[in-house]
Design a protein around this ligand. Structure first.
Ligand SMILES: *Cc1c(COP(=O)(O)O)cnc(C)c1O
Length: 449
């Protein structure tokens, strides 16, 4: 009997509630929901038809499908360059410039002086040369593609000499030996896992060698009885032997870093002093810009890379170039506060503590909290095994376990960290402008004390 009163799709979709919505999508969802209702009736799961409920289900699903799946959230993990959470943030002022470029015609590949076709990479090359004093530069989709492009250009069917301690796997799908074989290069491993000496490089060079490659270890560190050769020494040796020296820096930072982070990791500016053939690094790790792979080095070599057809497949859009150019200009103007990654890294403990205590005070009546100093990491394979100090606020609520609190916060788009069985908010990565929203959300979540 109930089956007979199931709404007909044709009529159902004319309901006022669906006015102004995409008809084809509403029809598709309505069909699905009505079919489901039919099954529920047959299985005796419902004993009446509530058309209002049905309409609401359709509207909810419509909203679900048509709203954006990418969402903003609050990173309270303390990990600044968090690949799962979008790596480096961009300042809105940089984005405004990119919006202007992208929503307007522009001189991306047009030479305004000559009134003819220009070069896409010229704009960013100019800024990078100014900042780093390199002969030339090139930008591709990400650092993984920079590595691939370089190996494919110079080392196809030729040997690339790499230390066994540097044959790393980085986040998911980037494994040095595999990237190398796909690029056509022949891997020549030298040294041992824990120790590689300059003489290992020297002994390995023969007439088939094209390159000495150094790879930043990024996500691990060999401690104890270990040694590696500095890029400076590798670079010198390569020049003596007339082959290419190339350092895949992974993250790569421009200036010195706080907390002694750059003690064992020279900055790009520092490395440029040894006049390297080629360096590459990511745009969205410590540099603090957009996703990109940046190649700097000798003009003669970069000219050859530009002739590789692969470059066309790895090329970046005007939006990337506009954003990257803006970041590089911020470095040139020493306006580093507009680079969120560096701003977070450089915020003092006093400031973080002040913010944590403020939040603690406002949550007094909602839940139990403690503010204390802890440690976090930069992330993104930037400075493996090194920690930086931070300020955290631990959350205790009734007899809830830490992972329960973590889950509740995650539902409200706050991603926290669990440390010593406590859910904690790390202030290193909570943006200043998000503090108010965070307070509001926490009060709402834990309102009944
Ligand atoms: C992160 C990293 C890469 C990959 O860089 P993406 O910009 O993520 O493509 C390559 N090599 C090293 C050493 C890295 O740390």
């Amino acid at each position: 009997m109930l089956l007979k009163s199931i709404p007909k799709v044709d009529k159902f979709i004319t309901n006022k509630a669906f006015e102004g919505l995409a008809k084809s999508l509403i029809t598709k969802i309505s069909k699905e929901q009505i079919a489901k209702l039919r099954v529920d009736i047959l299985e005796n799961k419902v004993d009446s038809i509530d058309e209002k409920l049905l309409i609401n289900l359709v509207l909810k699903e419509y909203e679900n499908i048509s709203s954006s799946s990418l969402k903003t959230l609050i990173n309270a993990t303390g990990v600044i360059v968090h690949t799962n959470l979008g790596r480096s943030l961009l300042d809105k002022s940089s984005l405004e410039k990119a919006i202007n470029i992208a929503s307007s015609y522009n001189n991306l590949e047009y030479n305004l002086e000559k009134g003819q076709r220009g070069e896409r990479y010229e704009h960013i090359t100019k800024s990078l040369k100014e900042l780093l004093g390199c002969e030339d530069a090139l930008v591709v989709n990400n650092n993984a593609s920079a590595v691939f492009l370089i190996l494919n250009t110079f080392c196809k069917n030729k040997e690339v000499i790499v230390s066994r301690g540097e044959l790393v796997e980085i986040g998911g799908s980037f494994r040095v030996p595999e990237v190398m074989s796909q690029s056509g290069a022949i891997l020549k491993e030298i040294g041992t896992t824990n120790k590689t000496h300059l003489r290992d490089y020297e002994n390995a060079i023969d007439e088939n060698s094209a390159m000495l490659l150094k790879v930043h270890k990024s996500n691990y560190e060999i401690v104890g009885f270990s040694s590696e050769v500095s890029f400076e020494d590798i670079s010198k040796l390569a020049k003596n032997k007339n082959i290419i020296d190339y350092y895949d820096m992974g993250s790569g930072h421009i200036n010195e870093l706080p907390y002694n982070l750059s003690k064992d990791e020279p900055s790009i500016k520092e490395l440029m002093k040894s006049n390297p053939s080629l360096l590459s690094f990511s745009g969205d790790k410590l540099l603090g810009s957009v996703q990109a792979g940046i190649i700097v080095g000798k003009k003669e070599l970069i000219d050859k890379i530009k002739k590789n057809q692969l470059l066309r497949m790895l090329r970046v859009d005007k939006i990337t170039l506009a954003l990257l150019e803006d970041t590089i200009n911020l470095y040139i103007k020493n306006d580093l506060d507009k680079i969120p990654t560096l701003k977070m890294l450089n915020t003092s403990l006093e400031v973080l503590k002040h913010r944590a205590l403020n939040l603690q005070k406002s949550l007094e009546n909602s839940l139990e909290t403690k503010v204390y100093e802890s440690k976090t990491v930069v992330g993104g394979g930037t400075t493996p095994n090194k920690t930086i100090p931070t300020i955290v606020l631990s959350l205790d609520y009734k007899d809830f376990k830490a992972n329960k609190i973590e889950e509740i916060l995650r539902e409200k788009l706050i991603i926290c960290r669990i440390e010593n069985d406590k859910a904690i908010l790390d202030f290193r990565t909570i943006k200043e402008e998000d503090l108010e929203i965070l307070e509001k959300k926490l009060k709402e979540i834990f309102k009944n004390g």
